[in-house]
Ligand binder design. Sequence first.
Ligand code: GLN
Length: 203
Amino acid sequence: MTAHIGVLALQGDVREHLAALSACGVDASPVRRRAELDDIDGLVIPGGESTAMSRLLGVFDLYDPLVERLREGLPAYGSCAGMIMLASRILDTRADARHLDALDITVRRNAFGRQVESFETDLSFTGITDAPGADPMRAVFIRAPWVEEVGGDVEVLATVPDGPAAGRVVAVRERNVLATSFHPEVTGDVRVHQFFVDMVRSA
Ligand code: GLN
């Protein structure tokens, strides 16, 4: 059966994620309503603005149902603002911003600072770029968070290779939940999406 993967479509770069998922051969559709949430095997939370997304989750009455589905084990992938939404602890956010507490990490919003607010680099991604003959992954960071702490069950999949932020954690997985600080949906390289699709299929 074809996996059905939703993209949370309240705000952010929804279209790019839908296109990347479609390129992986799954049935991909936007999620704005509770009924659409009930209908999916996995959810992507896009990049955008986490504080705006947090507010809209409330406006659309999606916050509680989404937290519940994540607790039940719904596979989820968050890029950038999506990583912030999935995290358990957020540094440098607004006091009233809510998040989903599905991934045992501490993230710092806008962590890379003004100098390197947006940048690109090639990096290694465990489970993807370590395949025989695989190319490194181009990672695009846009006012991105980084991961400052990971819980014991969290696997670190990628770090920044060099420069002022060398060693910073930028991709993690804990069971069914995947997150990247960067935006694979804008590069045309769908390997992270394929990785998530495989997680959904084996869930
Ligand atoms: N800085 C944004 C936030 O805090 C995230 C940026 C992004 O998703 N590109 O939500």
